[in-house]
Design a protein around this ligand. Structure first.
Ligand SMILES: *Cc1c(COP(=O)(O)O)cnc(C)c1O
Length: 297
């Protein structure tokens, strides 16, 4: 049966002379990036007797894709995944999330997904990156774990930071803390940055999930535009530094921009900061060789 390592531990680390509290969601389960373990928690812990297939769409190397292949395998469901395009190089040399998902018998469809209505009642449809309502269930639990920890530690006031793709975790976390996270007078603020698209895109994603923008996370950004999946020397450097100084391996797609953005905002660092490590280290298998080829060690 499925064992989730919950509550995930919180560990103090020092980076660039600041102390941070790492919420180790990367340790929740070896086959789910912590982010996807939270988002799919509802599906992992409930029964769906009428479902025999899960359908989703997105990029050919996504963490969500791999996590869904594991979910499908555990549940005995088929898994059908739609991508616009699989690069020839990847088809000929499968690696990373793509390879691991194929080994879990993912059926890949290189075509548009069309309307979701034509999938019958036996199909569980998952939005790209797991951006959907059911995610709130697992993320409320994340908020409760953080509040419990805060009470144990006797910390009055703190900030939370995590890098965003669709912003689903950041949004539901801030929402949960808005509603229940009051210890003393303070509600913790969730800070995030947009790794996919820009801040405007991320704000739109928040609004799609929650109309009340009083409970939206606070978006921080760097002056220079960032393209998702592109190689940046600064990203590689901070990733190596993180490993040297903290002994923890982070992901190469989200965390480098996350840490760079966080360190650039000293007002956020003026309170204790919980940084949520959302996993994704399996995806490094495709990013790290590209970085090494480009910049060496
Ligand atoms: C999916 C994922 C993200 C993006 O999360 P959102 O909830 O879509 O913002 C960030 N980090 C990792 C490791 C992920 O797997």
């Amino acid at each position: 049966m499925l064992t989730l390592n919950l509550p995930s531990p919180i560990q103090p680390v020092t980076f660039e002379n600041h102390t941070f509290y790492l919420k180790r969601d990367d340790l929740i389960h070896p086959d789910f990036s912590g982010n996807k373990a939270r988002k799919f928690h509802y599906f992992l812990t409930h029964e769906f007797p009428h479902i025999n297939k899960v359908v989703s769409y997105g990029s050919a190397q996504s963490n969500a894709m791999y996590s869904l292949s594991v979910l499908a395998k555990m549940k005995g469901w088929q898994f059908e995944y739609y991508v616009d395009h699989v690069a020839d190089y990847l088809k000929e040399n499968p690696h990373g999330n793509y390879k691991a998902a194929l080994e879990n018998r993912m059926i890949i469809r290189e075509e548009g997904i069309g309307s979701r209505e034509h999938f019958g009642d036996n199909v569980l449809f998952i939005e790209e990156g797991g951006r959907q309502q059911e995610a709130e269930y697992g993320i409320r639990l994340l908020a409760q774990e953080i509040i419990e920890w805060q009470k144990e530690q006797g910390i009055e006031d703190f900030n939370i930071f995590l890098p965003s793709g669709t912003g689903t975790i950041a949004l539901y976390l801030q929402k949960a803390l808005c509603k229940e996270g009051v210890v003393g007078e303070q509600r913790p603020t969730v800070y995030t940055c947009a790794c996919v698209g820009g801040s405007d895109y991320l704000k739109k994603q928040f609004t799609m999930l929650e109309a009340d923008n009083n409970c939206h996370p606070t978006i921080l950004s760097l002056p220079k535009k960032h393209h998702f999946g592109k190689l940046y020397r600064e990203n590689y450097e901070i990733w190596l530094k993180l490993q040297q100084q903290t002994g923890v391996i982070f992901d190469l797609l989200y965390d480098p921009l996350g840490w760079r953005t966080l360190l650039a905002h000293t007002q956020v660092l003026s309170k204790p900061v919980i940084y949520i490590h959302q996993g994704g280290v399996l995806g490094n298998e495709s990013m790290l060789p590209r970085y090494k080829r480009k910049y060496g060690m």
